[in-house]
Design a protein around this ligand. Structure first.
Ligand SMILES: C[S@@+](CC[C@H](N)C(=O)[O-])C[C@H]1O[C@@H](n2cnc3c(N)ncnc32)[C@H](O)[C@@H]1O
Length: 272
């Protein structure tokens, strides 16, 4: 089969499962051939063996995310290793990173903690932006800790990002000035796309029966430790309950931010 024919076939197979079937067919064929997409265009009449490509198209057709198939996700300015059992980093989390970066710069912050490291997306990007920054990053699951270590090694930030298996900050005794987290914040009974629910880890998605339980626990823990800043991602429908909760807990200020779709997506708390 020629490259052109393989792409036409692959893209027709993926029509039902993805928004950009032609693009994803190209990415998968390029991945199998170990070439870039431009190569496919220039060599579209070349004959190729498509056995491996057929297998990958079949996996994608069952809604397996592209990132798990190729073992990598683009995030911010890097390519993170990912595998099943670890959340694929989402573009909206890049907004959280930019807001945290502003605070780190303005307040000259040197020591932070991250709760729920996943692939290491947040801590690795921040370490690359601020070469003097130290971060202790926790996760309750082993798989994310393993994958985060691979990414820390890949981007050579091992002298800045220290991983720790911990529920929230329970195992973190060191003093830090800021906590960042993109915790699980989805309600247990929420209806999710099959690409997400069938493949991504439940521990990374569900924050409790209502969804905001872990977020609230993080707010309480960070305040109790006298840490000044807390920056979190949250669900689009959690602004009202979080506002009410911080009023009860008492904070100096809370600012909510939106994602690129205009939905409420997180908050920055400054404690007293
Ligand atoms: C939504 S994912 C975020 C991953 C990564 N920070 C990102 O933004 O792509 C949440 C992560 O928190 C971890 N997690 C869940 N409950 C936790 C807890 N109680 N303490 C620490 N980590 C937890 C999950 O294993 C998962 O890796």
């Amino acid at each position: 089969m020629t490259i052109k024919e393989a792409l036409t076939w692959g893209s027709s197979e993926l029509v039902e499962v993805c928004e950009r079937p032609q693009y994803e067919a190209e990415l998968l064929l390029a991945y199998v051939l170990k070439k870039d997409r431009t190569y496919l265009i220039v060599h579209d009449n070349d004959h190729v063996d498509i056995k491996e490509y057929e297998k990958l198209i079949a996996r994608r057709k069952k809604s397996e995310p592209y990132e798990y198939i190729v073992g990598e996700a683009s995030f911010y300015d890097i390519h993170l290793k990912v595998e099943e059992g670890v959340l694929i980093p989402r573009p909206e989390t890049e907004i959280l990173i930019d807001l945290v970066a502003e605070i780190i710069e303005k307040e000259q912050i040197m020591r932070i903690a991250e709760i729920g490291v996943g692939t290491g997306a947040i801590s690795v990007v921040l370490a690359r932006k601020f070469p003097k920054l130290k971060s202790i990053a926790t996760d309750i699951c082993d798989k994310p800790l393993k994958v985060a270590q691979l990414n820390i090694n890949k981007y050579e930030v091992g002298s800045q990002v220290y991983l720790r298996k911990s529920n929230l900050l329970d195992e973190v005794d060191e003093s830090v000035e800021l906590v960042v987290s993109n915790p699980p914040y989805i309600a247990e009974d929420a209806l999710l796309d099959s690409k997400v629910i069938d493949y991504e880890p439940k521990e990374a998605l569900f924050g409790g029966r209502v969804g905001d339980e872990l977020l609230k626990q993080i707010i309480v823990d960070v305040k109790a430790r006298g840490i000044k800043w807390l920056c979190c991602e949250m669900g689009y429908d959690q602004k009202a309950p979080i506002s009410q909760f911080v009023n009860e807990v008492g904070v100096q200020s809370i600012e909510f931010y939106k994602d690129l779709a205009g939905l409420d997506r997180g908050f920055i708390i400054e404690f007293l």
